[in-house]
Design a protein around this ligand. Structure first.
Ligand code: ADE
Length: 239
């Protein structure tokens, strides 16, 4: 997977994503990341890439031409088919595990990060394929959302996690939250680990984990639990 991030703050992306699991995957060549400074594509001698909004109002708007040229340069550098261009915006489809899975199957992804009051609509119409939000709140810019999405997508790319099974049964699998986890010591702060987990009986452990996934989802995420119930109902009706 090759990520290309178009932003006014490339150092934020570079510093944020070259550590830990993703850093190792980049060293191994499983992932690559290029942060592209949109200012490198402006013709302004002061490297200005924004201007006042037509019609007035607060803040600045990123101009169309530097964004367009930065995006073209990246598309031209990619062999094969054109890459999807994801514009990070609170006005987009909300990012979730399903979208992370879909995007993890792409060869190249371009993230276009908005900053200030956003980007001139005309260039968005020309280059963007996906408008994606990370949740219903407004951040100061698109760099953090791009990093959040890259992190979630990358752990689904084969070989990024050393133990592939660890991306298999986890939170959001089958619309359930993950079961509680325990490690040594056997008793901590007077609290013992649930006995069944020490039993060595894998069927019983699996049943316990499934039951606790369901209980936890019902309690913490009733919205998700409803989807799980509907899904179970349609499976049993189809039988
Ligand atoms: N830019 C500002 N807020 C955002 C959000 N919630 N998601 C994606 N991009 C954003």
């Amino acid at each position: 997977m090759n990520y290309h991030v178009l932003t006014l703050f490339p150092e934020m992306i570079e510093q944020g994503l070259h550590t830990s699991i993703l850093g190792r995957a980049m060293e191994k060549g499983i992932l690559s990341l290029k942060a592209v400074d949109i200012r490198d594509y402006t013709e302004d001698k002061h490297r200005k890439a924004d201007d006042y909004p037509y019609g007035g109002g607060a803040g600045m708007v990123m101009q169309a031409e530097p964004v367009f040229r930065a995006c073209q340069a990246v598309q031209d550098s990619i062999k094969g088919k054109k890459a999807r261009v994801i514009y990070t915006t609170p006005q987009g489809r909300v990012f979730d595990q399903t979208l992370a899975e879909e995007l993890s199957r792409e060869e190249d992804l371009i993230f276009l990060c908005g900053h200030y009051e956003g980007i001139d609509e005309r260039v968005l119409e020309e280059v963007v394929t996906d408008y994606v939000s990370i949740g219903d709140y407004v951040l100061t810019g698109g760099a953090l959302p791009a990093m959040v999405m890259i992190d979630a997508i990358s752990r689904l790319v084969p070989k990024v996690l050393s133990n592939e099974a660890s991306a298999e049964f986890e939170t959001f699998h089958d619309n359930l939250l993950e079961y509680p986890q325990y490690s040594r010591p056997e008793v901590w702060n007077g609290k013992p680990v649930p006995k069944v987990l020490l039993s060595g009986n894998h069927d019983r452990i699996e049943d316990w984990r499934k039951e606790h996934s369901i209980l936890r989802t019902r309690k913490r995420r009733p919205d998700l639990y409803k989807i799980y119930q509907d899904q179970e109902k349609s499976v049993s009706e189809a039988k």
